[in-house]
Ligand binder design. Structure first.
Ligand code: GDP
Length: 367
């Protein structure tokens, strides 16, 4: 077979298989003399940035490149999936460059939250994970909340240097950058594509006034997120679109909650306690006795316990049990990409069950 041609915009090798991966073009485009990938096409014609995903190795190469450049790193995380979207190890690659941490999708958190507390929480967690950001901001790229401030801060912290925006797929990086482009420029052919030195990977370059630029780096896929184990047609059920309405359950020991067929939470031992579930509003929560839980799951997954529905339930990996002894109240049990359950009271033993491959974590309560 002939080697595939390269995109005339960004230089990435063209492929026709995966619309979300770099270099995608429809097969019909191969007949043309000059081939442009879908991402560059949209960028050129609509000034709109399309998300692309990279393999781990490619991403490591990009990260390695970052440390050798001078500039501000803007790291975007999804506040609804903080741990799942974190990009572990970034701090080891950034060299002496400052990192501005931006938590996106703040519109999903209940309105009653105190933004200052959330920012403090983010600072604490970042520190635990080895990163000392120069600042922490909350934004909603979707609604435009906090974007002005983010632009002002980026301008301040970049000190006349370039800006590199990094984040894993689905954190809303494209939405964020598109917002900035619109707000800063109105319309106009302001985006160019460029090679990143030392790699063959494309970066999108958005020129700034002073000959510097904002570079958009491709996103990395996070394999621990629930989204990778769900059929794309059912993703809409698990990804919240609106402010989440927390639901509190008062449970006795030996009671179980099912979140569809996707996750299971057993309260094993402890005094009668409150547990607050933070997941997409329409997801079905089913409460039962611990002693009946195994059988209920075996006989009713895909039906009473859904999503996934019958059609897709066989694709879901088996649930794996993780047991935790929780000493302090206000502790979150996180199901990566699905949401979290806040344990309100101290001294309980619980078990969280998630599909094999989906990460389950414990953290101090976000809200
Ligand atoms: P990327 O892969 O990081 O470039 O992410 P996208 O910009 O494509 O966004 C991923 C998904 O998150 C899309 O479904 C967006 O509509 C959604 N999204 C992006 N920003 C926000 C936000 O501020 N709030 C909410 N609720 N959803 C958002």
């Amino acid at each position: 077979m002939n080697e595939m041609p390269h995109c005339i915009g960004c230089g990435t090798q063209i492929q026709t298989e995966d619309p979300k991966a770099p270099g995608f073009a429809p097969a019909s485009a191969l007949e043309k003399e000059e081939i442009i990938c879908k991402r560059c096409f949209r960028l050129k014609n609509y000034n709109e940035l399309q998300p692309v995903a990279l393999t781990d190795d490619d991403f490591l190469r990009i990260l390695n490149g970052l440390g050798t450049q001078k500039g501000l790193i803007v790291k975007i995380v999804d506040i609804f999936d903080f741990n799942g979207s974190w990009l572990p190890g970034l701090h080891r690659f950034v060299g002496n460059n400052p990192v501005l941490l931006i938590a996106n999708k703040v519109d999903l958190l209940p309105k009653s939250i105190n933004p200052k507390k959330v920012v403090n929480w983010l600072r604490q967690e970042a520190k635990q994970l080895g990163l000392k950001p120069i600042d922490v901001l909350l934004v909603s790229a979707h609604k435009g909340t906090g974007i002005e401030e983010a632009m002002t801060k980026i301008e301040e912290y970049r000190r006349g240097e370039d800006v590199y925006v990094v984040g894993c797929t689905n954190v809303g990086k494209s939405t964020f950058i598109n917002r900035i482009i619109k707000q800063a420029t109105g319309q106009g052919d302001i985006i160019t594509t460029s090679y990143f030195p030392g790699t063959t990977l494309d970066m999108i370059e958005i020129p700034l006034d002073d000959k510097k630029a904002i570079f958009d780096t491709p996103g990395i896929i996070n394999h621990h997120q629930m989204a990778h184990y769900i059929d794309p047609s059912e993703l809409k059920y698990i990804m919240p679109k609106k402010e989440i309405k927390p639901k509190t359950f008062q449970l006795n020991a030996e009671q179980t909650l099912f979140i569809g067929a996707l996750a299971r939470f057993d309260f094993i031992q402890g005094m009668r306690s409150n547990f607050t579930v933070h997941i997409a509003n329409d997801l079905n929560i089913h409460r039962t006795k611990l002693e009946n839980a195994d059988e209920l799951y075996a006989t009713h997954k895909g039906e009473l316990l859904a999503p996934p529905t019958k059609e897709f339930i066989e694709q879901l990996p088996e649930l794996v049990r993780h047991e935790f002894s929780i000493k302090e109240g206000k502790t979150d049990i996180v199901f990566s990409g699905l949401g979290w359950i806040t344990i309100q009271n101290p001294d309980v033993v619980i078990a969280a069950h998630a599909p094999a491959g989906v990460e389950v974590m414990v953290r101090p309560s976000l809200i």
